[in-house]
Write a protein that binds this ligand. Structure first.
Ligand code: ADP
Ligand code: ZN
Ligand code: ZN
Length: 802
């Protein structure tokens, strides 16, 4: 087989196909399907994946593969097929789908190093190449006469590891090691010479005489209850040496995990887990919906199901929303399964992500806990896939390929013949409807494990507050409860639902609102820099002192940002410490965790934040939850806004009274009668489900109809509109009569980065060929899109309609 079929890194529809290349002799023995290569493509050299091998090609003049980048395949056959499925399903390019499965590091070419990873003898040639060193550059190997096959074998045997030199902003982590500077007999002489009063110095020397090897300084100091100065004295006497050693990038390694064991399950949990265990034992696929309120013991069910899977020698994927990947959540998995767990989330540096990926790839771990993209973990024997908080929007990727992790999970579950468990207190309507129809198997946990009721929710009508003369953003009852809480030394969580409610600048005289000059959206005021910023294109300008329209100086910022709430709170409750958590205070790596730790340590009484505080947090001292603006999401142009409001309110309410102390929730709103707010306050999921389903049916939205959103953007407004209108006409020619095609209409944000945006929405019940129809329409505009002016994006089952 001298020919490789390569899919190249050129995302364009005409080349959503493979190209044939000759395999140079030196690579013949080692090249496998799923490896990355570089190949000549036109005048350039580009990266690609080998997706097949063949003995001959129908093309005559083939060019040769330039370089093989991997010695073991980075994609399994299963993932290559899954990539095809993702590409087809989301109407994206195969190459884009494949790249979405790999960590960033493998999408580019990095300098490589070979690291010796064994004490044993390597082959003679390899020993010669390493020449006593532990690390050598990859190019040294390439310049030698050693075959790729030989190196590949050493890598497969685990004797040599390939390391990528990833430039990362995160500084490497070092620890200080201490070791003896002299031979043991000289150390003993020194010991005899030391004065008897130098107790600590004598202890340290005695330690190293006994054990003459490097030890971490921190451990040493702890063991002998002494300080750095003792070590320094011995270093100055040339008896000890210290040096800095880089530690392996494992962000979770250093924490202590108290080992946990399986709890005795409640009757409800038993009933929920039994059919899952059966499917695991029989290697059968099934989708389960585990519907249970916060604190009902869903996570314990996951843990015990995974235990079975590990017992069988299989692997588990657990997806949790990015924001819920807190140390609290991760610790529960590490506590049960120890070092068998890899963690993947976006706060890791590129290097750390690659390290975790490699641990999965090398089968060093059995469980991966991660955000959306962890669904592509390169396991080969999956026994269960779990998606916690399955209703979360973050499972939908908002970039090409626009996949939903739930769909991918079910696809992999079928391939691996294993159960997929979707867990939530507030499942999506789509999922719950499927469970009702019996497509998914429903398991319900109706009680909290501590037998406590969910906290009582009070709805406060903010219009009435205004009429009563209260102009602050805190209702009287909320103020009163907060004061009581502080008196008792208990803690408070305040949620500011900020989406669509940011601080914009308006002129009080003429009503002029300052908008971004490149995007049709109001600029956001940032107090610390006194600047206005655009959240879409990063445009920035100083806060004007007079209105650009009417020159009035009554230009002010409006809305309720977290900063403003914090200011107001500080004035009203000066003695309460406040921790603010929003995009601004959590931008730096690790700051999210740091703030939460501070709150857990009771360094502040109030945790104030946006959506990001609603999930997964569990603080025993929190007895009051306040929602400042429950309805700010209700008015967005999004058919899911009621559902999202219901989910958020239910979720944040679950933060209060999880432990001994009982909790209370105050929800402030201008629309107290809205069913999503009312039913959330009664924890009435089924009631909400029925009501919302009726609305969806009336307006032809999911789960009654599927959606596809096509967005067209162009620097020229007329071109954008004309292209969209052309697409609408083409669609109407090709789809069934009960399919609805809406548009062309301007997108809810009609201009972003100086590009005009129009959209077309398709609502359909059954369109088996819709993806092909859309693809061929896209093909029609190929030339224009390749020039770069015209951009057409397709979003199957969109989550945001912006
Ligand atoms: P959820 O994931 O549904 O929010 P958890 O699994 O976190 O629920 O459970 C809530 C609390 O109840 C946790 O502190 C957990 O340790 C405890 N718990 C879960 N199952 C049991 C059980 N069978 N017996 C006792 N405590 C349990
Ligand atoms: Zn004005
Ligand atoms: Zn902008």
């Amino acid at each position: 087989m001298k020919i490789a079929n390569v899919i190249v890194d050129v995302p364009a529809s005409s080349i959503n196909q493979t190209f044939d290349y000759l395999i140079p002799d030196k690579y013949l023995d080692i090249l496998q399907i799923g490896m990355r290569v570089t190949v000549p493509f036109g005048p350039r050299k580009i990266m690609g994946f080998v997706v097949g091998k063949a003995a001959q090609s129908e093309f005559k003049k083939l060019r040769e593969i330039d370089q093989v980048l991997d010695l073991t395949p980075v994609l399994t056959t299963e993932l290559l097929n899954l990539g095809k499925w993702v590409a087809k399903n989301t109407v994206s390019f195969y190459i884009t789908a494949l790249q979405a499965m790999l960590p960033q590091v493998l999408k580019a070419q990095y300098k490589k190093e070979l690291v010796r990873d064994t004490e044993e003898q390597l082959s003679e040639e390899l020993e010669h190449l390493f020449a006593g060193r532990d690390v050598i550059g990859y190019e040294e190997f390439e310049g030698s006469t050693i075959s790729y096959y030989q190196l590949q074998k050493a890598v497969q045997d685990g004797d040599i590891v390939i390391k990528y030199l990833v430039h990362s902003k995160i500084t490497k982590k070092y620890v200080t090691m201490v070791q003896p500077a002299k031979e043991p007999h000289l150390m003993e002489e020194a010991f005899q010479d030391l004065s008897k009063q130098a107790v600590k110095q004598r202890e340290l020397l005695a330690y190293f005489i006994e054990k003459p090897e490097p030890v971490e300084k921190k451990l040493l100091l702890k063991k002998y209850q002494t300080t750095s100065s003792t070590i320094k004295t011995l270093v100055d006497k040339a008896l000890l040496e210290t040096n800095q050693v880089e530690v392996y990038r494992d962000p979770h390694e250093k924490q202590q995990f108290s080992k946990t064991t399986a709890l005795d399950l409640t009757e409800e949990q038993e009933r929920a887990i039994a059919p899952m265990k059966e499917k695991i034992a029989n290697n059968e696929h099934e989708v389960f919906l585990l519907h249970g309120v916060t604190g009902s013991g869903k996570t314990e069910v996951y843990l015990q199901a995974i235990q079975d899977v590990i017992h069988k020698g299989q692997e588990a994927i657990v997806l949790v929303p990015e924001i819920a990947l807190t140390p609290q959540m991760v610790n529960r998995f590490k506590g049960r399964f120890g070092s068998k767990v890899a963690v993947m989330h976006s706060a890791l540096s590129a290097g750390e992500k690659y390290d975790e990926w490699r641990r999965i790839h090398q089968k060093e771990v059995k469980v991966v806990v991660g955000a959306r993209s962890a669904i592509f973990a390169p396991f080969e024997n999956i026994g269960i896939i779990i998606i916690d908080e399955e209703h979360e929007g973050t499972y939908k990727q908002e970039d090409q390929p626009r996949y939903h992790a739930r769909d991918v999970a079910i696809e992999r579950g079928k391939t691996h013949q294993c159960p997929v468990v979707l867990g939530s207190a507030t499942p999506t309507l789509e999922t719950f409807a499927r469970a009702e129809k019996g497509v998914y198997q429903l398991a319900t946990l109706s009680k909290r494990t501590n037998e406590k009721d969910m906290p009582k929710v009070d709805i406060v009508d903010m219009r009435a507050e205004l009429h009563a003369g209260n102009r602050t953003m805190f209702s009287r009852v909320l103020m009163e409860k907060m004061e009581q809480c502080l008196e008792k030394g208990e803690q408070i969580v305040l949620l500011l639902n900020r989406r669509g409610y940011s601080t914009f600048v308006m002129c009080r005289d003429c009503g002029h609102v300052k908008e971004c000059p490149h995007c049709d959206i109001a600029l956001t005021y940032h107090k610390n820099t006194n600047h206005l910023k655009c959240h879409y294109c990063s445009y920035e300008e100083p806060m004007p002192t007079v209105c650009p329209e009417c020159e009035s100086d009554l230009i002010r910022y409006f809305g309720t940002g977290t900063q403003r709430v914090e200011e107001a709170l500080t004035k009203l409750l000066p003695e309460a410490g406040i921790i603010r958590m929003d995009v601004d205070t959590t931008r730096r790596k690790g700051s999210h965790e740091k703030l939460l730790r501070k709150f857990a340590n009771k360094e502040a009484s109030i945790l104030l934040g946006t959506q990001m505080i609603a999930k997964g947090l569990d603080f025993e001292n929190v007895t009051l939850v306040g929602v400042l603006t429950a309805d700010s999401m209700l008015h967005l142009p999004d058919f899911r806004s009621s559902e999202k409001t219901f989910q958020l309110l239910t979720q944040v309410s679950g933060r209060a009274g999880r432990h001994e102390l009982s909790g209370e929730v105050i929800v402030q709103t201008y629309t107290p009668d809205h069913y999503s707010i009312e039913l959330a306050s009664q924890y009435d999921f089924e009631g909400f489900y029925k009501k919302e389903m009726a609305t969806r049916r009336t307006f032809q939205y999911p789960p009654y109809f599927f959606l596809a959103l096509i967005t067209v953007s162009h620097p020229n407004k007329v071109s954008a509109a004309q292209t969209t209108s052309h697409i609408v006409k083409d669609l109407l020619h090709n789809v069934r009569t009960n399919t609805v095609v809406l548009g062309p209409s301007p997108s809810p944000i009609p201009r972003i980065k100086d590009r005009y945006r129009y959209q077309c929405m398709i609502k359909y019940k059954n369109e088996p060929h819709l993806r092909e129809i859309i693809s061929s329409i896209m093909d029609h505009f190929k030339e224009e899109t390749q020039k770069g002016e015209l951009l057409i994006t397709v979003d199957m089952q969109p989550h945001h309609l912006m």
